[in-house]
Design a protein around this ligand. Structure first.
Ligand SMILES: C[S@@+](CC[C@H](N)C(=O)[O-])C[C@H]1O[C@@H](n2cnc3c(N)ncnc32)[C@H](O)[C@@H]1O
Length: 310
């Protein structure tokens, strides 16, 4: 079984204030770290879990079954979680958790193509059934769009040089593997940049992963829809790992917790919810020094939460 050390596990679960008879939603099941903790606390309650990744679902199902049968796993994009829950007759819930990004097993399995550490087909799809992959992006996006993806999601200083080189290389031959892409990135960064700490392909790979999986759009869609499912006193807790993700969460939560919001605002956020929330975290919660030292993934993590007014 692939190992995944959950980040801010206790803090995010504590924030939910699990009631044994409550209905909870884990939007990002992964290897079931958060889901297990929730399930352990339920008696007559129920847990609904979402993930796009078939392997994650298979492994987590086995893990959760050892705890209890009070859970349902839904293999779908969390952007459709609200519709899926309504179809199952779930109209309101006591808590929602999102632990964004990629799980360690996704990175560690070479053939998934997420990592610059292994030579593998350029893939990076969380959902193995989707068409768009890192390979289609690298080979099919026009120069401008590629550049925008690298700049916006990767913040790589050499985005222009790398996007130009990709366009040139792919005219000769399709770029099919992680190693081919790593080589192009390395050739287009100066020696002083290559000598720095950290892998030279890290930011471009991150940008491609975000674009492959439409991570920011999915997050925005989920945030537009899910808060309206929360019962009074219900909590929405989110762990982010990227500054843009955190900005999206911060902004949506700010709008939802704003006093005297306009009831006639046409944006879906207001149109759909018409409800008021309070912040649970005035400032985001970040991992302790110990957690950061023990888990590399924890460095950029931030936890935010809102609660529907009682
Ligand atoms: C950081 S991991 C979650 C780890 C989990 N909390 C744990 O402790 O084991 C994120 C998971 O979310 C899934 N995921 C990412 N975007 C998704 C989306 N739009 N819909 C459903 N699942 C998604 C990924 O496949 C991955 O398994």
């Amino acid at each position: 079984m692939g190992n995944h050390v959950s980040v801010l596990l206790d803090e995010s679960i504590e924030m939910l204030g699990i009631k044994p008879d409550g209905i909870y939603v884990d939007m990002t099941l992964g290897r079931g770290g958060h889901s297990s903790k929730i399930l352990e606390k339920l008696t007559t309650g129920h847990l609904y879990c979402f993930d796009l990744d078939e392997e994650a679902i298979k492994e987590s199902r086995e893990r959760l079954e050892k705890i209890s049968s009070s859970f349902t796993i839904i293999h779908d994009n969390f952007k459709s979680a609200k519709e899926d829950l309504l179809n199952l007759g779930v109209k309101e819930v006591d808590g929602i958790i999102m632990d964004l990004g990629v799980s360690s097993p996704q990175f560690d399995e070479a053939e998934r193509g997420f990592s610059y550490r292994y030579d593998a087909p350029l893939d990076m799809r969380m959902d193995q059934n989707q068409r768009k992959s890192a390979k289609t992006i690298v080979n099919e996006y026009d120069f401008e769009t590629l550049l925008k993806v690298f700049r916006e999601y990767g913040e790589d200083r050499y985005s222009y040089q790398i996007a130009s080189a990709i366009v040139k290389e792919r005219a000769k031959k399709e770029i099919a593997t992680t190693s081919e892409l790593v080589e192009i990135i390395k050739r287009n960064k100066p020696a002083k940049e290559l000598a720095k700490k950290g892998h030279p392909a890290k930011q471009i790979f991150q940008a491609l992963r975000i674009e492959t999986n439409d991570e920011m759009k999915n997050l925005e869609e989920a945030l537009d829809k899910m808060p309206s499912l929360l019962k009074k006193g219900g909590v929405y807790s989110i762990i982010t790992f990227h500054s843009i993700e955190d900005r999206i969460v911060k902004e949506k939560f700010r709008l939802l917790t704003k006093e005297n919001i306009s009831r006639t605002d046409p944006s879906s956020l207001y149109a759909e919810s018409h409800i008021d929330f309070v912040s649970v975290t005035k400032k985001p919660i970040v991992p302790s020094e110990e957690e950061m030292e023990a888990n590399n993934r924890a460095h950029s993590a931030k936890l935010r939460g809102i609660k529907r007014k009682e």
